[in-house]
Ligand binder design. Sequence first.
Ligand SMILES: [Cu+2]
Length: 339
Amino acid sequence: MGHQFSDSRRGFLKTIAAASAVTLTGTLAEVTRAEQLHTSAAGRRADVTPATPNKLSPLLPPITNEIVLHTPHVIREIAPATNAEIWTFEGSAPGPILHVMEGEPVKFTLINDSGMMGHSIDFHAALLPWNKYYQMVNPGEELSFTWTPPYPGVFMYHCGTPPVLLHLGNGMHGTIIVEPKNGWAEKAAHEYVLVQHEYYLGDPDANGVRRGDYVKMTQAKPDFVVFNGYANQYTEDPLTAEPGELVRLHVCNAGPSIYSAFHVIGTLFSTAYADGNPANKQIGMQTVTIPPGGGYTVEVRIPEEGLYPFVTHNFAYTGLGALGILKVGNPEMPTVMQH
Ligand SMILES: [Cu+2]
């Protein structure tokens, strides 16, 4: 099983991901068109080497109530053949997935080492006056405070420096999962975190690097809409589970501007929790609406082995990179799909 196998397998996953979507909604053409567009845009410069991929792990990290965030501006590959300069927390967009315990103090420090411009912090999980805590931290300065999350759930955090749209559109956002102190009704076999967000990019510069396009941001015309930083990354590297296992997905929509209609093709959410709070329980949901700046926790328990693509069912945007696969069991790859 060498390179050839993995290439054909990758091709197959792409095919089935796109084919599943096209069967239902007509996404294949958009995926193909988007890939061609971006390949040709970058293809103008053969000497551009891919930067470090901006791919976040979807695994829920361990709980820690001590958080330090730096604010470097970096160049990362955010889609195949697409290098972009992003403004970040800790070197990625979204920033690191944070995981804290409800009702326990969180010690937080923001260190502005961008060397470029002021940044700031805004925790949707907190009760804090904006005029005291969410103000600009200049380059070379830092800000520390302690706060206690009053509610469990899936919350956005972000830079709130004006124009906020510009800082969000350039990547200064992330999600903080507040673990319910009373736990969940049932322990999940897998807990994954997905942050949906958009990129709005100008043309490549002489080095092939694209930067945030504020006009596109104001018009809400994204080049990419992705999960966890990189277009379609979970089609090649799927989330996994076994048949019958409880899978809990924490989904945050960092926007900045496009609503998420989060949906998993081939299944239903046995339970869904608005903003990820166990008290906000819904049953048998097909699609959940997640506003920019909102979150949801959804649970699936899939009986049959197979591939289950997840998307935003807001289909003008699905083909821009908001497509992944949940692989249940170890499904045979039917050869009829390999073309
Ligand atoms: Cu900022």
